[in-house]
Design a protein around this ligand. Structure first.
Ligand code: ZN
Length: 215
């Protein structure tokens, strides 16, 4: 597809998405492995007061992809060229898939973003500098970011659990998906690459939110 055509398809998709969100559909985004760094870690790896270079905005307002890349090293193996996401955070967080964790040789637990306490650590390097992080490695729990408007419209509240059906040629139901409702969010579902490959997620796709009877 030419760039121009792709742009039109995106515009049309956005229009359709606005309508379908009201019917309980959600756009699914696959998150690749990435790291969130603290000021202290950035200082050590890239230099004092180094400013991360934004190259692309993410779907969630204020979140962005940086030009900087890091290498992650565990007892069994390493992953190179790992994306850094901005802005800086209070605690370092390394989000990998279960497949990545196997390559590293780390038993990374499935956790909600931010719940880094008690998670394993690893070695992180960039620019020839290496640092050992004591904790922060996790497999992000599948979740939906939802705007207040969409949540009100669908009668959902922050913390609700839902199921999401995906209509691909490997159709699947993602169970027990956590809803995160905030005025800072736009409505998108996040899964990792293992989950995306399991249902053969290709390009932009919508899933249907099915109310979980436990709510
Ligand atoms: Zn997310």
């Amino acid at each position: 597809m030419s760039d121009q055509l792709e742009k039109y398809v995106d515009i049309i998709f956005d229009k359709i998405y606005r309508k379908f969100k009201k019917l309980g559909y959600v756009e699914i985004e696959a998150s690749g492995r990435h790291v969130h760094l603290t000021r202290a870690v950035i200082d050590k790896l890239f230099g004092k007061d180094y400013k991360l270079t934004k190259i692309k905005a993410l779907s969630q307002p204020g979140q962005f992809v940086c030009k900087e890349r890091v290498t992650l090293k565990g007892p069994k193996g390493q992953l190179q060229n790992v994306v850094v996401l901005g802005p800086e955070r209070d605690k370092p967080q390394i989000e990998v898939s279960k497949t990545d964790a196997k390559i590293l040789g780390i038993n990374a637990p499935v956790k909600a973003s931010g719940k880094t306490q008690g998670t394993p650590g690893l070695e992180i390097s960039a620019n020839g500098k290496m640092l050992h992080l004591n904790e922060g490695v996790l497999v992000a729990e599948r979740h939906i970011h939802m705007s207040m408007e969409d949540a009100d419209n669908l009668f959902f509240k922050d913390g609700d659990r839902v199921d999401v059906e995906i209509f691909t040629d490997r159709p699947m139901m993602f169970k027990n998906v956590k809803l995160r409702v905030s005025e800072h969010f736009d409505t998108y579902m996040h899964i990792d690459y293992d989950e995306a490959n399991a249902c053969n997620l290709q390009g932009r796709m919508l899933g249907l939110i099915v109310k979980n009877p436990k709510n």
